[in-house]
Structure formats: C-alpha cells, structure tokens
Design a protein. Structure first.
Length: 129
C-alpha cells in the first residue's frame, strides 16, 4: 500500500520484487534510472517510451503495449465475467480450487472461441453462434 500522491516510479523499488523477474509497465513507468536500478537487482522492467511521438523504437513500444492490452483484457474478464475478486472460501485449499476453476473456465472459453473461428477473447461471439 502506498499513498495516492506518490508516483508509481517511486513506489516500485519498495515492492521488493523477486530476483530474475520481469515486468511490463505502461508509459508512466518509462524511466532509464529506474530500469538501471532494478537491473542491478536482476529485475527487468519493460515499458514503452514516455512520449509516443518522440519514441526512438516505436515497434518495441507497440509490442509492449499489445502485451499489456492482452494481460489487462484477461484480468478484466476474470474480474467481471468470472467474479474472481469475490472468490470466498473457508480455507486456502477451497480458495485455490475456486480460482483454478475460474481460470480453467476462462481457458476453455478461449479454446471454444478459437475452435469456432472467433477472436480468442470475444466470448459474446460464442453466444451468438
């Protein structure tokens, strides 16, 4: 937890991220100083250039942005369609299994979309088919 008036870049090093990990950030996380500081701890942070119009490598920024879009879309579907935020359980075993069932259900829906020739994350197309 951090105060709302503190920037994301200032809070990130305090999260004590595990070594040999990597993360994807949005344009707010672009900072050569932060990237170098995290790299000392063997943590790689990938973020698009801060301003799109002056980007020295727009292809790399586009790939990072597409990956973030995909991750955020799946997180949104798990939160909204599958209610993963409100997974209530008596103990850790039940919590793990409920989350596992929700992720499995999402995976099956992606597989069905692909089987029927629909875009993988457009579940509404399954109901129309």
């Amino acid at each position: 937890m951090a105060p709302a008036n503190v920037s994301d870049i200032a809070v990130l090093p305090a999260l004590h991220l595990p070594e040999d990990s990597f993360g994807l950030g949005d344009r707010n996380y672009w900072s050569p100083e932060l990237r170098d500081k995290l790299l000392e701890a063997n943590i790689r942070l990938y973020a698009p250039f801060r301003t799109k119009t002056k980007d020295p490598s727009p292809k790399t920024s586009h790939i990072i942005s597409k990956l973030r879009w995909l991750i955020e879309t799946v997180q949104g579907q798990l939160a909204e369609r599958y209610g993963i935020k409100q997974t209530k359980a008596r103990d850790l075993w039940h919590l793990q299994n409920r989350i596992l069932r929700k992720v499995l259900g999402h995976t099956v829906a992606v597989w069905l979309c692909r089987s029927f020739g629909h875009p993988p994350l457009q579940f509404a197309a399954l109901l129309a088919a």
